[in-house]
Design a protein around this ligand. Structure first.
Ligand SMILES: *[C@@H]1O[C@H](CO)[C@@H](O)[C@H](O)[C@H]1NC(C)=O
Length: 227
C-alpha cells in the first residue's frame, strides 16, 4: 500500500500589498505523499483578496475518502506586516467493513475460503479493495502476520500459500500488479525456480513470503487490501 493517508500542507507568508499583485510564497511540507501545490491570489471586483490553494496528492481514488481541512491565519512573528496561513488537509479513507489495520501498514482482509484467482480479484473489488499488492519488504510482514494467526484455510489447493495481486495475464512474463504497476518496482521474492511454467499467470505467496506464478484456475485463500 502507499502510505498516503495524510497530506499536510503548510502555506506560509501570504504577503499582500494593496494596489499591487500579491506576492505569495509557498512551501509544501509533504510528510508522506507526493504533492503538487498550486497557489493563486487574486483581487475580485469588490476589492477582496481571494486565495486559492490547489493541492494534488498521490492518494489513490477508490473508496470514500474523508477530508478534513483546518486553517489558521495569524500575523507572522518573524516578518511584521506579513500574515501566516497554515492549513492542514487530512485525507482519511474509510476502510471497507471488517478490514483490519495490520502492522500500521494498511487495511487487509484474509479470505480463508479458496477461490480461483480471477474470482478472488472480483471479491476484493466488490468489497471496495483489491488483491493485496506488496509494495515493500516491510509490508510483506503482513503476510507473515496473517499466517502466524494460524487461519483455518479451507477449500484451497495448499494452505501455505495465498493469492495476492500480481500476474502476467496481459503480457506473458510481464509481471504487474492489480493496480497496474510493474512488479519489479515492488517487493519481489521469487521462490527458487520461479517464475516458471506455461499457462501460469496468477500470483501467489507463501508463509515465508516467497512468490510464485500459478495457473489461474487453482483454488487459493487470498488477501484483499484497502487504502
Ligand atoms: C469578493 O470576495 C468576497 C469574499 O469572498 C465576497 O464576499 C464578494 O462577494 C466577492 N465579490 C464579488 C464581486 O464576487
Amino acid at each position: 500500500m502507499e502510505r498516503c493517508y495524510k497530506l499536510h500542507l503548510l502555506v506560509f507568508c501570504l504577503l499582500i500589498r494593496p494596489g499591487k499583485n500579491s506576492e505569495v510564497q509557498s512551501f509544501a511540507s509533504n510528510l508522506e505523499c507526493r504533492t503538487g501545490l498550486k497557489m493563486e491570489a487574486k483581487r475580485n471586483s469588490t476589492g477582496h483578496w481571494i486565495m486559492t490553494v490547489e493541492a494534488e496528492s498521490s492518494v489513490r481514488p477508490g473508496g470514500q475518502p474523508r477530508i478534513q481541512v483546518s486553517s489558521d491565519f495569524a500575523s507572522s512573528p518573524n516578518r511584521p506586516g506579513t500574515f501566516l496561513l497554515t492549513s492542514t488537509v487530512v485525507f482519511q479513507r474509510q476502510p471497507p467493513a471488517d478490514y483490519e489495520l495490520i502492522l500500521g501498514e494498511g487495511y487487509y482482509k484474509l479470505h480463508t475460503g479458496g477461490r480461483r484467482w480471477p474470482e478472488a480479484m472480483q471479491v476484493c473489488e466488490s468489497e471496495g479493495g483489491h488483491l493485496m499488492v506488496i509494495d515493500t519488504q516491510r509490508e510483506s510482514n503482513v503476510i507473515r502476520e496473517l499466517f502466524a494467526r494460524e487461519p483455518k484455510i479451507t477449500n484451497a489447493y495448499n494452505i501455505h500459500w495465498l493469492a495476492v495481486g500480481f500476474h502476467d495475464r496481459y503480457v506473458s512474463k510481464r509481471y504487474e500488479t492489480v493496480t497496474g504497476q510493474l512488479l519489479s518496482d515492488k517487493f519481489v521474492n521469487w521462490i527458487a525456480g520461479e517464475p516458471h511454467g506455461e499457462n501460469q499467470h496468477c500470483g501467489i505467496i507463501n508463509k515465508a513470503t516467497e512468490m510464485a506464478i500459478d495457473p489461474c484456475t487453482t483454488l487459493w485463500a487470498f488477501v484483499c487490501e484497502s487504502y
